[in-house]
Design a protein around this ligand. Structure first.
Ligand code: GAL
Length: 430
């Protein structure tokens, strides 16, 4: 089982991932005793899925800052390749079950943290640490709520990503005389024109199913509106609600506009189609902004533009990457030193401009962010905040896995009834 996961981790993402930091061999054969988690005295092991193009630059900048401030502590960058934690989460689960936690690990705020590791009693509460650091009023309350359960705070958010963004190639839009679509009908009109002009309207790389799930959740948000979208995940609206069925129908239509080789591409490979002008648009969380800027060296608002996913203007699909302190690590004080840097203004402003996300802190230095970042900060403050399913905040891992499987089947079969029934049957896991 562990070997299978390690092989999956190693073989994934080969097309665009440098891979040199992918330390998948830590996924179970570290040889430490069962009780001793973490990197051991003098070492902080940081577990994430940030390797390669568009993913690792922010993390490496944060690690640099930490090493400057703590030359006595060694960092073990234990990242396992695979977007949205496709492989990392499985490796992490094996380690946690074997009482061999990393010193700290990437986990989304919301259900993934609270219904997952906190509910399993695997995390230390960090309330006193937040007080010591003077952080209680430095993070938005909405975010603190996402990393809290029963009054205790369990992790430190490093960023806020937005999931309901469409990035587009400006030249392609200009060449075809197109305006950005704000409604679903406008989106279809634009997509039809692009298709007639021989351009792929929407890039998709669903080698990992979450990228398609992300499109579906944004259509659901548009169809239900923010309050009912949240009610859906709370189990208060059934999956056979007319609007959910309508969202599935729209999802089916939208899938008619994607590149044929979508199943063999990962998110970076798909975003590259937009960068190259082979495709016009992509719905991707704004880590794609980091990829466009850092890896493809494209300029914001010159080479690529962005708009809220049709029908979701005024809503902000929140994805927050957070790090906590697992129970049983050998050197909690050193781990807290890392969390202290990660939660500092300097740490957040080293990480986020490269990652494409905005700082989780309210008092970060706006001048460090480009126009995209500034717009996202404004939108975050003015929008309805909604949790992402594809990125673990809206529902517990068991449901997310089933939803990804159902979406993966839907992408080839396009069977609306089957998708609705499968989600309905999985609803008990919400
Ligand atoms: C998300 C994560 C982002 C980014 C993305 C693609 O789940 O929150 O930071 O890494 O996956 O891998």
């Amino acid at each position: 089982m562990v070997m299978a996961l390690v092989i999956a981790a190693c073989s994934s993402d080969s097309s665009s991932d440098g891979g040199e930091d992918a330390d998948a061999s830590d996924g179970g054969d570290s040889g430490e005793s069962a009780e001793s988690g973490g990197g051991g005295e003098g070492t902080v092991e940081i577990f994430s899925w940030w390797t390669g193009a568009g993913e690792e630059d922010g993390l490496l900048a944060l690690i640099d800052l930490f090493e400057q401030e703590h030359p006595d502590i060694t960092v073990d960058n234990a990242a396992v390749a695979g977007g949205a934690g496709t492989n990392a989460k499985a490796v992490l689960a094996t380690r946690m079950q074997g009482d061999d936690p990393p010193s700290t690990f990437q986990v989304h705020g919301g259900a993934e943290l609270n219904e997952g590791w906190v509910a399993a009693d695997k995390m230390e509460p960090l309330n006193d640490f937040y007080e010591e650091q003077g952080w209680m009023d430095k993070f938005p309350q909405d975010l603190i709520d996402m990393v809290s359960k029963d009054g205790n705070i369990y992790s430190v958010p490093v960023n806020i990503h937005r999931g309901n963004v469409v990035f587009y190639n400006k030249q392609v839009f200009e060449d075809n005389g197109l305006e950005v679509p704000t409604t679903y009908d406008e989106f279809i009109e634009v997509a039809d024109q692009l298709q007639d002009a021989g351009v792929t309207p929407l890039a998709l790389g669903d080698k990992e199913a979450w990228t398609a799930t992300q499109i579906f959740e944004n259509i659901l948000l548009g169809e239900l509106g923010p309050d009912d979208y949240k009610s859906l995940w709370a189990g208060d609206i059934p999956f056979d609600d007319d609007r959910v069925v309508a969202a599935a129908e729209k999802f089916k239509t939208v899938l008619g506009y994607v590149n044929e080789d979508h199943a063999s591409r990962n998110w970076q490979d798909a975003a590259q189609l937009v960068g190259d002008g082979e495709a016009a648009m992509i719905n991707m969380g704004d880590w794609a902004k980091g990829y466009f800027s850092n890896d493809l060296e494209l300029e914001t608002n010159k080479d690529f533009g962005y708009f809220a996913f049709p029908e979701t203007d005024g809503d902000f699909m929140v994805i927050t990457d957070t790090f906590g302190l697992p129970k049983g690590v050998e050197n909690p004080d050193e781990v807290k030193e890392f969390l202290s840097v990660l939660g500092s203004v300097e740490g957040q402003d080293a990480f986020n401009p490269l990652k494409g996300s905005i700082p989780a802190r309210v008092d970060a230095d706006e001048s460090k962010y480009d126009e995209y970042g500034k717009d996202a900060m404004k939108d975050f403050n003015e929008s309805n905040l909604t949790p992402s399913l594809a990125h673990g905040s809206a529902a517990a891992e068991g449901f997310v896995t089933k939803a990804n499987q159902a979406v993966n089947i839907f992408v080839t079969q396009l069977d609306v009834d089957n998708l609705i029934n499968t989600l309905k049957n999985a609803a008990s896991e919400l």
